[in-house]
Design a protein around this ligand. Sequence first.
Ligand code: PLP
Length: 219
Amino acid sequence: MSINKDNYNTLLQELPDNVCLVAVSKTKPVEDIQALYTLGQRDFGENYVQELTEKESLLPKDINWHFIGHLQSNKVKYIAPFVHLIHGVDSFKLLKEINKEAAKNNRTIDCLLQMYIAKEETKFGLDENELRDILTQKNSLPNVRIRGLMGMASFTEDMNTVRQEFRNLHSIFKTIQNHNIGIDTLSMGMSGDYKIAIEEGSTMIRVGSLLFGARNYNQ
Ligand SMILES: *Cc1c(COP(=O)(O)O)cnc(C)c1O
């Protein structure tokens, strides 16, 4: 077994009641997921559609599967039957496609809008204008429910920058919470910065390497 049980238990002890832990299992074998499941973990996050659908078919049905990667519209159909929460929605076009596939499955799919908060050019996400735009159109899509926001801080050693980016995201989150019903989830924080994220108001952390060990390739 290659999961880190001690880190898992420590993390659970530190976790405030209102913060959900998503165990990020991308690139890791189903045996590792099963091992963490046996310890009681039910929320798992994956980045790739094919990997997620394969694992979903092999693992217990009461797992809450979070899709945390960059989702292409043409692949929504594969995860629509079972996905619990889609974290990375970054366009209205994608939201429309999720709505369509959710309707086909007689479901309402929970989604988070991904905000661009980092300084890096390569990260996906919306700016505040695009966010407002999507929120004004969301009522035309009855089979998706926008639950909140997701963001990734800059990949840097400078924890002040990270903290500032999380603080900024939390402030946007608070604003949209005041103007929209049903907004209750702020997904921010990973292995290296989840403590800061929680201090800055995260309600959902996505932790991979701390629980499953380092990945062979960096995703
Ligand atoms: C891989 C990944 C994580 C987990 O990263 P760790 O540093 O291993 O905790 C969290 N969020 C997203 C979007 C990821 O792609």
